[in-house]
Write a protein of this length. Structure first.
Length: 269
């Protein structure tokens, strides 16, 4: 399967809007993931789909030797700038999670925060993670759960958009423990799971939807595709209803907890 067009679209999608601003909301998930890996000074870590450096930078601040890889060069530019401001040295590389540019057994620790889940072929990227991880090494990754607010968002948007090509896994599959277990079964990795929340806030549900219309690449692309056909208003109404259904605030503001799965794996030595 040739996934070049899909990946080119993903590059453009994550470069659109203002993902660096969105990324600040998921900083707690990066901290949770880093803590789960129990890194210490002198460790070597590969952060796949590192985005703007949410995990890579605090890891480097702990004395970890970090390599960050992402498919979107615009996000890497932001990551490099943030790393410079934090006065840490990190090697940032533009690359594909399905074809990691590293030798076998290169890293003892691997992480990915809401990153590898967007690779078109889940089994391929899981295989690459295992290939470049040292025997006895460990990895941790996060994914939105299908039942959670952001997982359900994919479902809401998918009802208005064309289906993905055959053979392409939706990101929410990674939010299921059984699916992740199946991906790493052949590796013999010992897996453990935990469910956590990232909380999104705004002055109102309407303000939150307006914000996402401005900054979130997938939503921007959906609007560009649907608006000329007169179909955007229907999706937007569903988005408002979706966020209202998850809103925990009772004072007109928006407090939306989004559940995610944290999977930690340890490979056989």
């Amino acid at each position: 399967m040739d996934t070049t067009a899909i990946k080119d679209t993903q590059k453009a999608m994550w470069a659109a809007g203002d993902f660096p601003d969105v990324a600040k909301y998921i900083l707690p998930a990066s901290a949770e993931t880093l803590n789960a890996l129990h890194v210490t000074e002198g460790d070597r870590l590969l952060d796949i789909a590192c985005g703007t450096g949410n995990l890579a930078i605090p890891a480097a601040q702990r004395g970890v030797q970090v390599t960050g890889l992402d498919i979107t060069p615009e996000l890497l530019e932001v990551a490099r700038s943030r790393a410079a401001d934090a006065e840490v040295k990190i090697e940032f590389i533009e690359g594909d999670a399905e074809d990691l540019p590293f030798d076998d057994d290169s890293f003892p620790i691997i992480s990915s925060v809401f990153g590898v889940i967007f690779a078109p072929r889940s089994a391929v990227v899981a295989g690459e993670m295992v290939r470049v991880c040292k025997p006895g090494g460990r990895f941790a990754l996060t994914a939105w759960t299908p039942e959670g607010m952001n997982g359900k968002l994919f479902e809401v948007m998918g009802a208005h958009m064309p289906p993905p090509p055959p053979g392409i896994d939706p990101p929410i599959r990674w939010g299921n423990e059984d699916f992740v277990s199946s991906l790493f079964a052949e590796s013999g990795a010992e897996l453990s799971f935990g469910r956590h929340d990232v909380v999104f806030t705004a002055d109102s549900v309407e303000e939150w939807v307006q914000y996402n219309e401005r900054v979130l690449g997938p939503l921007l692309f959906a609007k560009q595709a649907l608006e000329p056909e007169g179909k955007w208003d229907a999706l937007r109404a569903d988005l408002v209803a979706h966020y209202e259904s998850f809103n925990k605030a009772d004072d007109g503001t928006f407090i939306g907890p989004a559940e995610y799965l944290l999977a930690v794996g340890v490979l056989p030595g």
